[in-house]
Design a protein around this ligand. Structure first.
Ligand code: HEM
Length: 377
């Protein structure tokens, strides 16, 4: 329930052991002046430092200000512990250049080469209203009200300068980012996060997660790239699929989470093992095989997604799925080729649809006295 340190060499909320709840939002910057954007980022940073410490924002907070003015803090987190709140920021391609290619805030030249527009993937059915955004903010906490409070207050501060483009609540984590955590389950009922990058893998995090000095640009060193995908799951169809077929699609047992042919969750996957009929125990088009680093030139991801159910779709089906969040050192070498391979032949595709998408450059950590994105300006 305690606070997570806001300042540090990397932004909190990436390797931080995945919290239980998510409120994610992207913003369209409506300000047109560079100085207004800088002022907004300064105010957001100050508010984030206070909220993650479990404090009200502003000088007077929620209830101690003058009766004539709206409170500086909206108040719904008063009395709640910080519940490990982290607030993580990222900048999308459209923050650097507008649709006509114009340099919006004098930072076009600082757009990282790795911050590419994601290509179209087979089966994509993206809703523009749930995709993109100039700035992404990921708020994670063990208390949903604390996560919602964080996004709400940033939106309130942004009034007239940045507008919420879309937001997504996640009610349950679908990953673990530390070996001290148990592996949770996604809405297919499978353990998710077994073969994830974990905060204890410090060497691998340098190779796969954090932008290194030789990668550039300077302002991204110690940062990471976030890909977000709203993935709808057709769970009603999944629920009519046999247990054996479900396990074949994933490549792991549903109970233990062990690779097929093995006994324990963390056993190494044996991709060569065969059944008596000559087929692979971990099927050739199973999800874990196609996503595994061995078949992706060693590329890995730090997955940090959440389950969502946003009511129903009016056709008798739950609007349910996985809000996929993955951090990496370079999406051109990690998310993009992995997703290209999955989109071509993952047998799971029959049960999922990608309906929202985003890619964001998340700068390195904030030091006391600096603000989010300071090195960009
Ligand atoms: C592994 C589910 C989408 C990349 C897994 C596992 C499950 C799973 C159950 C096995 C447990 C584990 O090692 O974490 C899902 C579901 C998805 C989805 C239900 C969509 C609704 C994606 C996407 C990507 C991805 C879009 C990347 C483009 C991976 C990777 C692994 C993995 C890299 C680890 C493979 C390994 O090294 O063994 N996923 N996944 N997944 N998934 Fe997904």
């Amino acid at each position: 329930t305690g606070p997570v340190e806001f300042h540090g060499p990397h932004q909190a909320g990436i390797v931080t052991p995945a919290q239980d709840r998510l409120h994610f939002a992207t913003f369209d910057v409506t300000a047109t002046k560079r100085d207004d954007v800088i002022a907004l980022l300064k105010e957001w940073t100050a508010a984030a430092a206070l909220m993650t410490a479990g404090r009200d924002i502003g000088q007077y907070g929620a209830v101690n200000g003058p009766g004539e003015a709206p409170p500086e803090d909206t108040g719904e987190a008063v009395g709640l512990p910080p519940a490990r709140l982290t607030i993580t920021i990222g900048f999308g391609p459209s923050f650097f250049v507008d649709a006509s290619g114009n340099d919006r805030f004098g930072i076009k030249a600082k757009r990282p080469a790795a911050l590419v527009d994601l290509p179209h993937f087979i089966g994509d059915n993206l809703d523009a209203n749930r995709s993109g955004g100039d700035i992404a903010v990921q708020a994670c906490s063990d208390d949903p009200q604390v996560a919602v409070h964080a996004i709400r207050n940033l939106a309130r501060i942004g009034f007239g300068r940045a507008a919420v483009r879309y937001s997504q609540l996640g009610f349950g984590r679908t990953s673990s980012t530390s070996r001290a955590q148990s592996t949770p389950r996604n809405l297919f009922g499978f353990k998710d996060g077994t073969n994830n990058l974990k905060l204890e893998d410090t060497d691998k995090l340098e190779q796969q997660l954090w932008v290194q000095p030789e990668d550039g640009p300077d302002w991204m060193v110690g940062g990471s790239y976030l890909v977000s995908r709203r993935i709808r799951m057709t769970i009603e169809i999944w629920d009519r699929t046999s247990l054996g077929e479900q396990e074949k699609i994933i490549g792991r047992g549903k109970g233990t989470g062990a690779p097929l042919g093995k006994a324990d969750e963390f056993d190494t996957i044996d991709f060569g093992a065969k059944n008596s009929d000559g087929s692979f125990k971990v099927a050739a088009h199973s999800h874990v095989r196609l996503a595994h680093p061995q078949f992706n030139k060693g590329a890995e991801l730090l997955r940090r997604g959440y389950n969502f159910v946003d009511g129903s779709d009016g056709l008798g089906r739950l609007d349910a799925g996985l809000f996929f969040l993955a951090y990496q050192r370079d999406p051109r070498k990690q998310f993009i080729p992995i997703q290209q391979q999955l989109s071509r032949s993952d047998t799971m595709n029959e049960y999922i649809r990608h309906v929202g998408s985003g890619v964001f450059a998340c700068p390195g950590g904030v030091t006391p006295g600096s603000y989010w994105g300071e090195k960009l300006f």
